[in-house]
Design a protein around this ligand. Structure first.
Ligand SMILES: Cc1cc2nc3c(=O)[nH]c(=O)nc-3n(C[C@H](O)[C@H](O)[C@H](O)COP(=O)(O)O)c2cc1C
Ligand code: SF4
Length: 518
């Protein structure tokens, strides 16, 4: 009997040796005369256990991890092909607490199916949403997505249905769906994980967006640092084309929709939608003033939907199960689930998809298990490099767009980066200015000049040059950047800076908290 072994081909798993483990397992199996079928699945998102090897035993998946090449002979000796006991044994993977506590809607198949197989995708519920959408009018699809409450997962949390309606109503012969897979935020990897682990769900989501807006042209803009995701999407697009999911009208009299992968050259600002469109058009990645909105005047002036990977990958389940099913998860105006990415100094780093409403403290202390170093958690940055730093005093904040905004923070792309008590928050504030200065597109003055002056001013605090005056200057500068910048790069840099200053004032001085303790 052939035994199926799952060894992630996800780049996070490959980075810690999954390719070598796959090779060692295949070699050892043939040496011992075992008949095995190795599937390079996506990651389950339990990164501290990667490479996580799973064996299919009587319909259950038994896990072993983290597996090293040196463990392989021992695993065979322990009869792991039948789920035998071993020091690296984890038991049934679905029973691992980190996974069991999740509500996986968008990531339902990630880590389970073979990402190269459209048949496997369909066998696990794939394409049901597209079929449902093909039987609906564009306005009905838009209404379903609007009623589901799905908001953009790229950062701004804008309702997806409203954006789609604007594009649907905009005049224009050719309409475009652009998937933003630039994923520049620090500590985030949900887009990459799903593109590598379940690429067809993104294709299906884009095909539904195309049906909803009468679009015929699609692009996925992926950062060049994601070669595995690029290969995965290109492979899946070719397969979808072959199967008629792309390149053929999905409804009678409808337009054929196709997708092309475009690779970004690695500028953070190219994740901003108008910069991204310039980059797609072969121009420099500079932000465009809005209006006009991309929905009216986007790629080459055509009405264009720009959505994040997770937004689009969440659409198939909305169409397959209905708006009410999705809307029933969550709190307030934050409906459905959110794939939260736990990173930085944590014991259990990974992807945790759950309904909105879980508190920051539960995520950091309980789900992630505190810090990797074992030291106390001091600060948590939520929402990427432009997100605020939260102290422990704010750990009761529920994961919800409005609740975070009320505490001068943002959810962004739902990346959480944890720091222990050795963090120097003045250095983090300086880093925010420095990051903005390096990544600024240069179009507007508050960002281009302000970020450089901000870093210089913090240097003066560190040098003990009139620190109180410099702190007042930083505050004033942040106000100017917040209200005077053209886009959120300059406009949101004040969030990390001001939150550091507000919540960790003892770090801003000369000597500061850490220097004084030395
Ligand atoms: C500086 C900057 C960087 C951004 N980077 C990304 C990114 O990497 N991925 C993304 O989806 N959105 C990013 N955004 C947000 C996009 O401009 C846009 O709001 C998003 O792609 C819309 O999709 P959504 O509504 O599905 O979230 C960025 C915005 C700014 C200002
Ligand atoms: S805020 Fe910065 S990145 Fe945004 S348009 Fe202005 S200069 Fe460019």
């Amino acid at each position: 009997m052939t035994v199926t072994i799952y060894i992630p081909g996800d780049s996070g798993a490959v980075a810690v040796g999954a390719d070598a483990v796959a090779e060692a397992i295949s070699t050892e199996a043939s040496r011992r005369g075992h008949d095995v079928h190795v599937v390079r699945n996506g990651s389950r998102g339990l990164y501290w256990l990667e490479p996580l090897v799973e064996i299919s035993v009587e319909g259950r998946r038994i896990g072993y991890g983290p597996v090293a090449v040196a463990d392989v002979p021992g695993l065979f000796d322990a009869v792991f092909l039948s789920g035998g006991d071993h020091a690296k044994g984890l038991g049934p993977v679905e029973e691992i607490d980190f996974l069991k506590r999740q509500t996986r809607l968008t990531f339902a198949r990630c880590g389970i199916i073979d990402p190269r197989s459209l048949e496997d995708y369909e066998a696990h519920g794939g394409l049901a949403g597209l079929r449902a959408a093909a039987a609906m009018t564009p306005a009905e699809i838009v209404a379903t997505v609007t009623e589901s409450g799905l908001r953009g997962r790229g950062g701004a949390g804008f309702p997806a249905g409203i954006k789609w309606k604007t594009t649907l109503d905009a005049p224009g012969e050719t309409k475009v769906v652009v998937c933003n897979a630039d994923e520049g935020d620090s500590g985030t990897f949900a887009d990459r994980m799903i593109m590598e682990g379940d690429p067809f769900v993104l294709i299906e989501g884009m095909a539904i967006a195309a049906l909803a807006t009468n679009a015929s042209q699609g692009f996925i803009y992926i950062r060049s640092e994601y070669p595995h995701a690029i290969a995965s999407m290109r492979r899946a697009i070719a397969r979808a084309r072959q199967a008629g999911v792309l390149g053929r009208p999905q409804r009678e009299g409808g337009k054929a929709f196709d997708i092309e992968v475009r690779v970004g050259a690695g500028a953070y600002v190219c994740g901003e939608e108008t910069s991204l469109l310039n980059s797609l058009e072969g121009k420099r990645g500079v932000v465009r003033a809005k209006p006009p909105l991309p929905a009216h005047h986007g790629f080459l002036g055509r009405p264009t939907v720009v959505n994040n990977v997770i937004t689009l990958a969440s659409v198939p389940i909305v169409l397959a199960k209905g708006a009410a099913f999705y809307r029933d998860f969550g709190m307030g105006r934050s409906r459905g689930t959110i794939p939260i990415q736990l990173a930085g100094n944590v014991r259990r780093g990974g992807l945790f998809e759950t309904a909105f409403g879980i508190t920051l403290g539960e995520l950091v202390d309980d789900v992630a298990g505190g810090t990797f170093t074992g030291r106390p958690v001091r600060a948590v940055q939520v929402g990427g490099p432009l997100g605020a730093y939260f102290p422990r005093a704010l750990f009761d904040t529920p994961f919800d767009y409005e609740a975070f905004a009320a505490k001068d923070g943002l959810i962004g792309h739902a990346g959480i980066v944890v720091f222990d008590d050795t963090v120097d928050m003045m250095a983090q504030a300086r880093f925010a200015f420095e990051f903005c200065a390096i990544e600024s597109c240069g179009k507007c003055t508050p960002c281009r000049i302000g970020a450089v002056r901000g870093a210089e001013t913090i240097d003066k605090i560190r040098q003990g040059i009139e620190p109180e005056k410099q702190k007042a200057l930083v505050t004033d500068l942040c106000q100017t950047m917040k209200f005077g910048s053209l886009c959120a790069l300059g406009g949101f840099t004040p969030y990390p800076v001001m939150s550091a200053l507000r919540h960790f004032p003892g770090d801003f001085g000369s000597p500061n908290r850490l220097q004084a303790a030395e």
